[in-house]
Ligand binder design. Sequence first.
Ligand SMILES: NC(=O)c1ccc[n+]([C@@H]2O[C@H](COP(=O)([O-])OP(=O)(O)OC[C@H]3O[C@@H](n4cnc5c(N)ncnc54)[C@H](OP(=O)(O)O)[C@@H]3O)[C@@H](O)[C@H]2O)c1
Length: 438
Amino acid sequence: MRTIKIGMFGLGVVGSSVVSILRKNQDIIRSRLGMGLKVSRAVVANPGKSRPIPTDDIAISSDPSTILDDPEIEIVVELIGGVDAAGTVVLGALNAGKPVVTANKALLAERAREIFSKVYETDLSIGMEASVAGGIPVLRSLKEGLSGDHIVEISGIVNGTCNYILSRMSAEGAPFEEALAEAQRLGFAEADPAFDVDGYDAAHKLAVLVNLAYGTMVEFKDIHVEGIRAITPADIGYARQQGYAIKLLAIAKLDDGEVEARVHPCLVALDHMLASVNGVFNAVFLTGDNVDATMSYGRGAGGEPTGSAVVSDIIDIARNIKAGIRSKIPPLSVVAESLRDLKVMEMGRIQTEYYLRFQVLDRVGVLAQITRVMGQNNISIQSMVQPARSDHPDQPVQVIILTHRAREADEMKSLEEIAPLDFIAGETQLIRIARFTG
Ligand SMILES: NC(=O)c1ccc[n+]([C@@H]2O[C@H](COP(=O)([O-])OP(=O)(O)OC[C@H]3O[C@@H](n4cnc5c(N)ncnc54)[C@H](OP(=O)(O)O)[C@@H]3O)[C@@H](O)[C@H]2O)c1
C-alpha cells in the first residue's frame, strides 16, 4: 500500500498530537484512505529539544528547505503559529506545488488576501479545519454540508478561555480577575491572556468563518472586537434575573450587501442552546436558508481535538492526491470568479437590542431624564429595573434598562448625552442582546 509523506512545521502541542494520532489510528486511516500517511520530516525552532513523542523515524531540522525542497513530501502541515514565519512556510509550500494544512487562524485572518489569492492561483488545497473551534468540523459543515444553502447567520462561542471565565463568574459569582487566575492555574488561559480575553482570537476565527460562509476576504481590521474584561459578576446576576446568560459571541450575517462581523459579549436567552455551552467548550450556531438552525458543539482547543481536525484535513488532501486532482472544493467555498469583495458593516449601522446598566444617584426624576434622552434618540425601552434603593443619597444605585432593537449609532449618541448629566455616578455598562434567526 502506498504511503504519502508529510512534512510537518512545528512539533509542539498540536504537531506532536498529529504525529501520535497518525500512529495510533493508522489502521483506521489506512482502511478509510486506502493509503498510509507518515510524517517523515519536521522543521522546528529547536531541533535538539526533547519531545513528548518518539521522533526516531522523523528527520528533524530547523531548515524549512528540508521540507519545501524535498520532492517526496506531498503534503505540508504548518503548526508553528504566528503570522510571519508561518506565512513564509504556507506561501513557500504553495509555490513549491505542495498542498497545505494549517491550524493558524491568525495567519488566515490577517493575511487572508495574500494566502487565499495564492491558493486560488495554484488551485492547490488548503486544509484549515483546525483553525476554528478546534476539533469541531464546522468549516466542513459550511463548505460541504451547507453548500446548497445561503448562510443566514453564524453565532459562535469560539474561545474556550473566555467561555471558561464567564462560566466560572456565573457559577461562583467570582470577579473576572479571580476566574482568569483559576483558568491560568488549570492551563485554560495563557500567562499573557490578552489575545483571548480581549477577543482577538475569536475575531481571527470569525474572519475565517465569514470568508468561508460568504466567499469573500474581509479586512481583519474592520471586524469589531470587544473582550470580556469589563463584565462584572453584577452584570451576570442582573442578566440572569432578566432571563439571560452572558457569552462572548462571534457573530456574522449578511445585511444589505455588507457583512456584519463582530465579536463582543452578548446577553443570550437562557433557553437558547448557546446559553448552556459552558466551561472550555465551543459551539457554533449556524443558520442556512433551507436547513434552518444547526449547532455544533465540542472542544475548541487542546492537542488531540485540534490534531483530529488537522488529520482529517490531511486525509482529505491525500484523497485528492489519490484521485490525481489538486483540489475538489474551492478554498473559500466559491469558485474564483464568484469571490465577492464584501465590506464589513460599520458598527454604527448595526441594529440590536441592548442591556444598559446605569450607576446613578438615587434622586427623583433621574429615570425620567434617562428615558427622555433615549426617546429623543429613537431608543425604545423594553424594561427598566432598579434592583435596590440606596441607604444614602450620595450612594449610587444601579438601573438596568433593556431596550428594543435600535441603531448602534443612536444608542451611542444617547449614552454620550447621558454621561455628563449630574446624577450619573459611574461608567455605564452596555452589553448587546443576541437574537437568533432560526
Ligand atoms: N494548542 C491548541 O490547542 C491550538 C488549538 C487550535 C489551533 N492552534 C494553532 O495551532 C498552531 C500551533 O499551536 P501549538 O499550540 O501547537 O504551538 P506550540 O506548542 O507553541 O508549538 C509550536 C511549534 O512550532 C515550532 N516553531 C516555532 N517557531 C518556529 C519557526 N519560526 N520555525 C520552525 N518551527 C517553529 C516550535 O519549535 P520548538 O518545539 O523547537 O520550540 C514548536 O514545535 C498555532 O497556529 C495555534 O494557533 C492551537
